[in-house]
Write a protein that binds this ligand. Structure first.
Ligand SMILES: NC(=O)c1ccc[n+]([C@@H]2O[C@H](COP(=O)([O-])OP(=O)(O)OC[C@H]3O[C@@H](n4cnc5c(N)ncnc54)[C@H](OP(=O)(O)O)[C@@H]3O)[C@@H](O)[C@H]2O)c1
Length: 263
C-alpha cells in the first residue's frame, strides 16, 4: 500500500488511525519518509530534528495531505531535548496527549574503520547514535510499561551484524543500538510493549555525504549492487510491522537492496 501518496484511503485502510507516533531524525531520508508514511496510514506524528526549516516544511506537507504533525526542534543526543520532545508530545492535544509509537531513527555514519576513521568524530557519533537512542528507549519504555502497550522501533543497520568495509566504527554504534533494543524488549514485553529492530542495508539519503563516503571508499564498491533502497521502502516496512495485530512482534528485520552482497 502506497501510504505516502494516498490521501483518499478509507478508515479501514488506515491501520494506524488513533495512534500518535514520535519520529526522530525526521528532517531527511528514512525519518522523513517514515513520518509521511505513518501519517498516510492514519497516525498523527511528532517529528524531531535539528533543522527547523526542514521540519516546518514536512509538517506543512503532512498537513496538505490531510494529516497532523507537531514539529519539535532538537538534538536527539541531548537528554534535555529528548525530555522536551516527549513533554511537548504529552501536552499536544491533537496527539491525544499520549504517544503509542517511538521510532528511534536519528543518527549518522562515519567512513572508515577503527584504524582509519576520524577519531575526533567518535564521541559525537556515540552521543547521538548510542546514548541518545538509549535515553529515548529508556524513557519511552518506562512510559509504555505504565500504559501497558506501545511500540518502540529502533533503526539499527545491517552493519550491526555484518562487519562493514565502509564504516566499522559506525557499525559498532549500531551493534550497541541493537543490543540495547533487544535488552529492553525483554524488560517490556510482559507489559504488552513491542520492540522492533529495523536493520536497513544501503539506502540513498543524506547519510552517505554526512558519513564522508565518496567514490573511492564507497561508490566503486556499491556500483555492483544495482539499484539501492529508497528511504520510502524502509518506511513501508516500518508501517507494515506496526500495523500487525498487537500480539505479533517482528523483533528484527533486515532489508537490503537485492544486489547488496555485503555488509
Ligand atoms: N542510509 C543508509 O544506508 C542507512 C543504512 C542503515 C541504517 N541507517 C540509519 O538510518 C537512520 C537515518 O539515516 P538516513 O539514511 O535517513 O540519513 P539522513 O538522510 O542523513 O538523515 C539523518 C537524520 O538524522 C537527523 N540527525 C542527525 N543527527 C541528529 C541529532 N544530533 N539530533 C537530531 N537529529 C539528528 C538529521 O536531522 P538534522 O540534521 O536536521 O538534525 C536527519 O533528519 C540513521 O540512524 C542511520 O544510521 C541508514
Amino acid at each position: 500500500m502506497d501510504y505516502i501518496n494516498r490521501s483518499d484511503a478509507t478508515l479501514s485502510e488506515r491501520p494506524l488511525a488513533g495512534k500518535t507516533a514520535v519520529i526522530t531524525g525526521a528532517s531527511s531520508g528514512i525519518g522523513r519518509a517514515t513520518a509521511l508514511t505513518l501519517s498516510g496510514a492514519g497516525a498523527v506524528v511528532v517529528i524531531q530534528a535539528r533543522r527547523r526549516d526542514r521540519l516546518d516544511r514536512l509538517a506543512e506537507d503532512i498537513s496538505n495531505r490531510g494529516g497532523k504533525a507537531l514539529a519539535v526542534e532538537g538534538d536527539a543526543g541531548l537528554e534535555t531535548d529528548i525530555d522536551r520532545l516527549l513533554d511537548q508530545t504529552l501536552a499536544w492535544k491533537d496527539g491525544g496527549c499520549k504517544y503509542d509509537v517511538v521510532v528511534i531513527n536519528a543518527g549518522r555514519g562515519l567512513a572508515g574503520g577503527i584504524l582509519t576513521s576520524d577519531q575526533s568524530q567518535w564521541q559525537e557519533l556515540y552521543r547521538v547514535n548510542v546514548l541518545g537512542a538509549a535515553y529515548l528507549i529508556r524513557r519511552a519504555g518506562q512510559y509504555m510499561v505504565e500504559r501497558k502497550g506501545g511500540d518502540i522501533v529502533a533503526i539499527s543497520s545491517v552493519v550491526a551484524k555484518n562487519l562493514s568495509p565502509f564504516g566499522a566504527f559506525y557499525g559498532s554504534s549500531k551493534a550497541a543500538v541493537s543490543v540495547i533494543a533487544e535488552a529492553v524488549r525483554r524488560d517490556v514485553a510482559p507489559s504488552g510493549v513491542r520492540v522492533s529492530i529495523v536493520m536497513p542495508g544501503i539506502a540513498l539519503s543524506e547519510f552517505q555525504e554526512m558519513a564522508g563516503y565518496n567514490q573511492a571508499n564507497f561508490g566503486n564498491a556499491v556500483a555492483q549492487f544495482g539499484k539501492l533502497l529508497e528511504p520510502k521502502e524502509i518506511a513501508d516496512t516500518i508501517c507494515w510491522l506496526l500495523a500487525l495485530p498487537p500480539h505479533v512482534n517482528i523483533n528484527e528485520i533486515m532489508i537490503r537492496p537485492t544486489g547488496q552482497i555485503y555488509p
